[in-house]
Write a protein that binds this ligand. Sequence first.
Ligand SMILES: *Cc1c(COP(=O)(O)O)cnc(C)c1O
Length: 423
Amino acid sequence: MNTSRSERLFEKSRERIPGGVNSPVRAFGSVGRTPLFIDHAKGSHITDVDGNTFVDYVCSWGPGILGHAHPEVTEAVQKACADGLTYGAPTEKEWILAELIHEAMPSVEKVRLVSSGTEAVMSAIRVARGYTGRDLIIKFKGNYHGHSDGLLVKAGSAALTTAVPDSSGVPVSYTKNTLVALYNDRDSVRELMECYPDQVAAIIVEPVAANMGVVLPEEGFLQFLREITQQYGTLLIFDEVITGFRLGMGGAQEYYGVKPDMTTLGKIVGGGMPMAAYGGRAEIMDMVSPVGPVYQAGTLSGNPIATTAGITTLEILKQHPEYYTEIEKKAKRLAEAFAKRAELKKEAICVNQTGSLLCAFFTVGPVRDYDSATASDTKAYADYFGRMLEQGVYVAPSQFEAMFVSAAHTNAEIEETCRAIMK
Ligand SMILES: *Cc1c(COP(=O)(O)O)cnc(C)c1O
């Protein structure tokens, strides 16, 4: 595989852009390779600047549920561009999108549009604090909620300690209100709640953890979070930036039948454009300025081009409920191929899958939390990544990311990928 143009571009980019990339995982650091610079993408395929074409299972890390450059979305966006790129004034499209979101997720009675998942989560937490008059939040080790200061915390050596920042540049004082519990571990949550009974504004959780590979909520875990938050007057926030419109129109809250107080959305909701959203019960969302005292604003919030891409994507998904059953089936096929490989080659592979999200961990498993996920053999993952690339399949350049299936992946491509997995 010739990658000379990508290599040259990477060299030049590194001189002007830190690490040559605008988001760290793109650097291919954990698989020890040069990142591929992309020229274009269409449907299930992505093509780099050297003309190599791959079946793409990164799908821009989640937004690409319809595949790349879907003709209806592209056309709608092109049309919208002709009417102006931004006005800084309200439009009908913002209302249409808000209605679509509410229809899909009835728990989101009111919603604010923002420009990134990071912004959505940061704002939702501010609102939860304003609404409850409390400062503390609980997050789970290994859950990712964007890169705002107070959330750049994964660890804490024990559940009952206050968290230390994950990143340099974040003052410890910024994370002292963030408590860390263990995913799928009810006792760790219970202990924190008992320790700070009237102080926790919100528990925020990825209802399916999809930023440490893919880790499913165990039976009853989300219901438990619902009950304990109600018991303590704490808000439950589902970070559905990945799962929203991915596990079904109603996201994880519909899939698992648990209704949160607040929801954050991103990725699919913007149809490939920089857009995200946060919302929840009306009385909570009415805390937001100009109605209430919680300030939150954005020059490009509800941008007409981004809302057009979002609306068109959601309309297509709404018209094609069969997409969800199809992509889930395809993800199951891929999961079976990993399991078969593990059996035939006697390799330690544990596959987690729900809906169209899956991850093959190179470890015996089961993988049910951060510690069992990080027990994976990342060198084995890097080898797998290289093998797949050589066979024309583009998967995430990191063990701790999901494999995304889109409606554009054909059954023939899935079978081809299954064969590549087995090789
Ligand atoms: C991607 C992601 C975010 C951050 O969204 P950005 O648009 O990258 O800022 C937040 N939460 C979850 C669950 C995510 O997967």
